[in-house]
Each structure stands twice: as structure tokens, then as C-alpha cells.
Design a protein around this ligand. Structure first.
Ligand code: PLP
Length: 359
């Protein structure tokens, strides 16, 4: 297997892929693949419900929350959130932390009123704003945060308190990577393709009161209430992706739940940052140390030319996905839950070796 450091779609646990392979053709002795089954049948529905319950259980079974499976990626949530929550006279307050927060904000602006609750643009988005500087507008329908900026490699250590205003979190690139208090949030969303499974399904975890009713003038499929009332089976769900999410959730349970994956993730990120910081400037961490992501480790070298050589040499050794996002350049190692410690260790050893070859 490759040493896969892709930002997304990303590495999946080998055990999950093997389990899925074993039951790919004949699922639960039905004579069919799960992909070939009706989404209205008992077998698929049991997988669907199991995945929802597992997700809530991993989050500590918070009271009053519901899980939805939607499609169209986190990008569709960028639009659904303002469509569902922005009424006349209300604004969406956004914390501007980088590329993904910016996309969410711009999409909301197409729909209704927006407000910047805090921004780290002046710091080139290399840090998360101080929590005390984050202020939602008085007429905010919600406060939106991007828990982990996949491109810049920054992450909230703690989340702001939004009081009576619902806090909405885009957790696409760090969901289920660490323990956190779900009760702070009104709604959390994430495309599955980094920590939860294959692309195709988007997970929404929300307080039931927020998603029970939606404006009737917006398209049916874009109303949270449509998915809530139909247990995410209003139309054909991405059934294979939901099945895979359920398998990944089982795997997370086997790792000791969120506490288990968090300690492994901190160990992996610690190893890389420690090596980068100790490399006498040969490698340089991009994000401000206090805002560093434990999922996307972004770093640079002395020149773009050297970075190109590094990526090429790494690929020859089986290290995939180390090129930074095209919008910011540099290098990035995405070390989501499924990336084993050994692979991160192999990368640190490769980085050491590459540095030696440069004299
Ligand atoms: N938000 C974050 C933080 C992301 O990292 C991504 C994708 O990389 C997205 C949103 C967009 O997700 P999707 O491709 O599922 O629309």
C-alpha cells in the first residue's frame, strides 16, 4: 500500500477496506451487494440507522441531536445553511479563518445577509483568531466556524461560546479526530471523504429543533426538514458510502473511540512538527504554532524548486499527496485518523534522509 497523505479523498483504514471487500459481492447472505439493494429494504435501512446511532454514540449520545445523511458535499451545506436559516433581517456571522471559511461566507452572501465575526486575514490566515475577539452580530441567525482549515493547516484548539446563537461548524477535515463538546453546536457538517469514509455522503449532526422546520419557499431537497422528516431517505441515499461510513465508525470504536484516535493523532502530528521544528530551518511549519492542525501539517522549504524535488523524490519512495494545495503552494501531509503512526514515522525518516542528501 502507498504511504497515502492525500488531503481528500484520503486514506481509509486497511481493515475497513478488507472487511468491505469480503462482503462486497454477497452482503449478509442476501446474494446481493449492498449497492444492489433497495434503500427501502430492511437490510439497507438497518445499516443506515446503525451508522446514525454509532455516530451519536461516538459523540457521547448528546440529547436532542439527529444525524442526517445528505449529498452534494460540504459545498452544498455552504448553501443549505443560509437558505434554511437566514430570514428577513437576519445575518449569518462567519469567522474568517482561511480558504474554506471564505467559500462558506461567499456562498451565504449569495443568499442573504452576512457578517464577519472575526478574521485572521491580516495574519494571512496562519492563525485562528483569539476566541475573545469572535463576536456574532446581534441579529445573527448563526455563528459559523471552520474547525480545521484543510488548506492552510490551522485548527481551533477550543470553540467559541456563541450563547443563544446557534454555533455551526464545518468539520469536514477533522470530524471524529478528537473529543469535543457537541452540545456547544447547533449544527455540524462534514463531507465524509477525509475521516469518515468515501466521498458521496455528507454528514449533518444537528439539534432537532433547528432542522425540524424549514422555509417552504426553498427547494424541497435543500430543506433540512425534508431530510429530518424522512430519516434521510427522501430520495435515494448514497447507500454504499453510508455503509462504508458505518464500517469506519466501527473501526473508530475499536480504536478506543474519540479519546483513542485523538491520542494517536496527537502523537502523529507531534512527531512531524517536532521534526520540522528541529530541522534548523530546512523545513518550516506554515501555521502559527498555537493554531497548528493535527490533521493537515503544512510546511515549506527554502525554495519552490527544492519543494518540487522533494515531492518527486517522495513519490519515488511511495509517499503520495505531499504537494500543498494549488492555491497556497508549499507542502502538506494530511494525517487523518486512518493514516497509521508507522507511515508518519516513515515520512519523518524520509524527510531526514532528503535533508541529508541536500548536504
Ligand atoms: N470544508 C472543508 C474544511 C474542506 O476541507 C472541504 C474539502 O476539502 C470542503 C469544505 C468541501 O467539501 P466537499 O468537497 O465535500 O464539498
Amino acid at each position: 500500500r502507498a504511504y497515502n497523505f492525500n488531503a481528500g479523498p484520503a486514506a481509509l483504514p486497511l481493515e475497513v477496506l478488507e472487511r468491505a471487500q469480503a462482503e462486497f459481492v454477497d452482503f449478509r447472505e442476501s446474494g446481493m451487494s449492498i449497492m444492489e439493494m433497495s434503500h427501502r429494504g430492511a437490510i439497507y435501512e438497518s445499516v443506515h440507522n446503525e451508522a446514525q446511532q454509532r455516530l451519536l454514540s461516538l459523540l457521547g449520545n448528546p440529547t436532542g441531536y439527529k444525524v442526517l445523511f445528505t449529498q452534494g458535499g460540504a459545498s452544498t451545506q455552504f448553501a443549505m445553511i443560509p437558505l434554511n436559516f437566514l430570514s428577513e433581517g437576519k445575518v449569518g456571522s462567519y469567522v474568517m479563518t482561511g480558504s474554506w471559511a471564505d467559500k462558506a461566507y461567499k456562498e451565504a452572501k449569495l443568499v442573504g445577509g452576512v457578517h464577519v465575526a472575526a478574521s485572521s486575514e491580516e495574519q494571512k490566515f496562519l492563525k485562528i483568531p483569539e476566541l475573545s475577539s469572535i463576536k456574532a452580530a446581534d441579529n445573527a441567525a448563526y455563528l459559523h466556524v471552520t474547525s480545521n482549515e484543510t488548506i492552510e493547516g490551522t485548527q481551533y484548539a477550543e470553540f467559541p461560546d456563541s450563547g443563544s446563537i446557534p454555533l455551526i461548524g464545518d468539520m469536514s477535515s477533522d470530524i471524529l479526530s478528537r473529543a469535543f463538546d457537541v452540545n456547544k453546536f447547533g449544527l455540524i457538517y462534514a463531507g465524509a471523504q477525509k475521516n469518515l469514509g468515501p466521498s458521496g455522503v455528507t454528514v449533518v449532526i444537528a439539534k432537532e429543533e433547528l432542522i425540524a422546520e424549514s422555509p417552504s419557499h426553498i427547494p424541497t431537497i435543500l430543506r433540512y426538514s425534508t431530510h429530518t422528516k424522512n430519516n434521510s431517505l427522501y430520495n435515494t441515499p448514497p447507500s454504499f458510502s453510508v455503509y462504508m461510513v458505518n464500517e469506519v465508525l466501527k473501526w473508530i470504536e475499536e480504536q478506543g473511540g474519540l479519546a483513542g484516535v485523538e491520542s494517536k493523532n496527537r502523537e502523529k502530528a507531534g512527531l512531524l512538527y517536532e521534526y520540522i521544528d528541529g530541522s534548523d530551518g530546512f523545513y518550516r511549519g506554515v501555521a502559527d504554532p498555537g493554531s497548528r492542525s493535527i490533521m493537515n501539517v503544512t510546511f515549506r522549504m527554502q525554495s519552490e524548486d527544492l519543494e518540487k524535488q522533494f515531492v518527486k523524490a517522495a513519490e519515488l519512495e511511495g509517499f503520495i499527496g505531499l504537494k500543498g494545495h494549488r492555491s497556497v503552494g508549499g507542502l502538506r501531509a494530511s494525517i487523518y485518523n486512518a493514516v497509521p503512526y508507522e507511515n508518519v514515522k516513515a515520512l519523518a525518516d524520509f524527510m531526514k534522509h532528503f535533508r541529508q542528501t541536500q548536504g
